[in-house]
Design a protein around this ligand. Sequence first.
Ligand code: FES
Ligand SMILES: [Fe+2]
Length: 302
Amino acid sequence: MVSSPSAVGREVALREAWHPVTYAAAVTDAPVATDLLGERLVVWRDSTRTAHVHSDLCIHRGTALSLGRVEGDALVCPYHAWRYASSGACVAIPQLADPTRVPAKARIASYRCQERYGLIWVALDEPRWELPELPELERDGWTVVACGPYAWRADSSRQVENFTDFGHFPWVHPGLLGDPERPVVPEHTVRTEGHVLHYEIVRPEAPSSDDFPVFANEETDLPERRSRYELHLPYTIALRLGWGGEEGMVYLFASQPVGHERSIGYVLIGRNYNLDQPDSVLQSFEDVIFEQDRMRAQGLAA
Ligand code: FES
Ligand SMILES: [Fe+2]
């Protein structure tokens, strides 16, 4: 049986890295379930709105805590209402005469998490590297649009590979990202710095389409786009686009390795132009692009 690369033998390394597990805005007052590297997780916010991530498994009878509720600074199980603090320690068992006399071993696993760029990031073990720096996404004069998330029946390595693959643009996204009359992949060199691959291309692209006026192309018949990529191991890409002028666009693409042949892609797009354009224009554009990609990458007819 053929397995995707990250399904076998690389879980340890993958546990030592930050991965996105949800858009931060999706975590409001109720706990949220998500999966990372085959582990079921629950994400919730305490009364200060700080996010916490735990194993989604009540230590009592194994119920999913994501089916429960948040009360103040406690995550409450939906079955017998055991209460857990953000440390993972159970702090109250209502069935006891003194509910606070909780055995020390009554605790759930906690995982380090951080909220950045509109995402909740989790590392199951001590992460080897920091998150990439994308100051544009936090800068005045820029707006950020969140697209997706895009769930694929494919490994995260497949999503990342697809995102960096220049050769498919004219064939999978003609008129949107590429021009079938100009299919040659331009010269480019790849530089490695630590855990980050850097490469840059100036590539032919389609003129901005009337349906999706999202890029800042020059008004020419043969527009070009400068694309600077940073691929941060394992599954995060920072991509900066320019057209020779002041206009800039930055993509943060990060894929959540959900489990065997399952991934979820998050796309945050910052730009310093079209500031008043409704988010739905970029979101619809990326929905089309990612659906075109998903069909090919999964190898499915539909
Ligand atoms: S299963 Fe959670 S409190 Fe009983
Ligand atoms: Fe694509």
